[in-house]
Design a protein. Structure first.
Lengths: 240, 240
């Protein structure tokens, strides 16, 4: 399982690249395969759409058992809402040892860290990552995590804030506003590190549904965060 | 500001490398400079010890204002308990525009993600990063965050769990055990991605002070996490 980072070849690690180049089959969402296609030469490619993670994890395992050197790619990090978990779940389900398929996981730069780098230093203190997708996680669990992230005064990175069908962002912001200052700095980054990258700075109270889709990461400061020009700073606690 | 990742050149992104090669001065902890020394050719190097972040941020700014192309390196990601925050704080303190020094932040793979990749998929659902260092953060704030991370049922990555002088790990685990199952899977990774890498699997109740120093990251599962052979799986919620 290989995390390809934000998408550009400049942010793919040499270790990840070596796996992409030495494998015989690459499995992954079409979007991610397209991002690395120019780097990998002739390979068997298995592209697929959303919501087919389990079938593809099982296919990856079968191909590996048949002797192929299989790379399953994830955007960002392989282990942050990525494919490494579902492949491990599938191995356990089928009672196959990870050793038998020589399982290796190669990390990549996850979108919260890429987005944060474009925003200054919003995550430079304790922070939480929360996905607002309730496809696999009950919404009550997500609400509970939002509340505790706010009560703990964590900076927060929201993944999958919204899709065409899921419209939960407004509700999530309402919950955060029960505990957090409406003036809390927020960075909204779409296509972080990819073509069409867009950055917006707002306060927590100003976020609207129009700000986000599936390719957006929203980073929300803690109680100490502030704007400085077009950056967000979450201070460490230094005395100046 | 450049994040060099876990330490090996195989996990330094090409973008980070290009900044290291094109700058005229590199500033950073000696440990990190040593890790990249072989890659950078002849440069002015400013190595320094711990607890001098502010002085070095100011020196970086002065060198940049005098026309040098300065890279400040951080291990892992530049924005996760890294140098990007203190440099931005210093710019604000001195009322200097980030534009004036052409400030750019290049992310890297932070140690939680490297450690997680070695452990399987412990962070494959919502998670928190918490540093146990109370040098700059009041211990009460850290305790509050530990409690809310546990109450929110986040997986948790603990940074700076312990040093020779700070012995807070036992107390932190006590707090987590008030809310979390003692059998919760834990991965303890020392020198993740570097020479001397060590991996231990334990339960939350089994962690002792001997398990950690400043170079250790401790990853603690959520209520759904389980061991499978020598891996930790935090499931996404798929039905099999």
């Amino acid at each position: 399982m290989v995390g390809i980072g934000p998408g550009g070849k400049e942010e793919l690690t040499p270790l990840a690249l070596s796996y992409l180049q030495q494998c015989t089959v690459i499995i992954g969402y079409k979007t991610y395969i397209d991002l690395v296609k120019s780097l990998i030469g002739e390979k068997k490619l298995v592209a697929y759409g959303m919501k087919e993670e389990q079938a593809r994890a099982l296919e990856a395992i079968n191909l590996a058992l048949s002797g192929e050197r299989v790379v399953v790619i994830s955007g960002g990090d392989a282990g942050v809402y990525g494919m490494s978990g579902v492949v491990l779940e599938a191995l356990k389900e089928k009672n196959i040892s990870p050793r038998k398929v020589n399982l290796t996981i190669i990390p990549g730069i996850t979108s919260a860290l890429k987005a944060a780098s474009l925003l200054g230093s919003p995550l430079n203190h304790d922070f939480c990552l929360i996905s607002l997708s309730d496809l696999l996680t009950p919404w009550e669990v997500i609400e509970k995590r939002l509340r505790h992230a706010a009560l703990g005064d964590f900076a927060i990175a929201l993944y999958n804030p919204q899709s065409h069908r899921r419209k939960k962002l407004r509700r999530a912001i309402e919950i955060l506003l029960e505990y957090k200052n409406p003036a809390t700095p927020v960075g909204i980054v779409r296509e972080a590190g990819r073509l069409g990258e867009e950055i917006k700075l707002k306060t927590l109270a100003e976020i609207t549904e129009e700000d986000a889709d599936m390719r957006t990461v929203i980073i929300i400061g803690n109680s100490q965060s502030y704007f400085y020009e077009n950056f967000i700073i979450t201070p460490r606690g230094y005395k100046w």
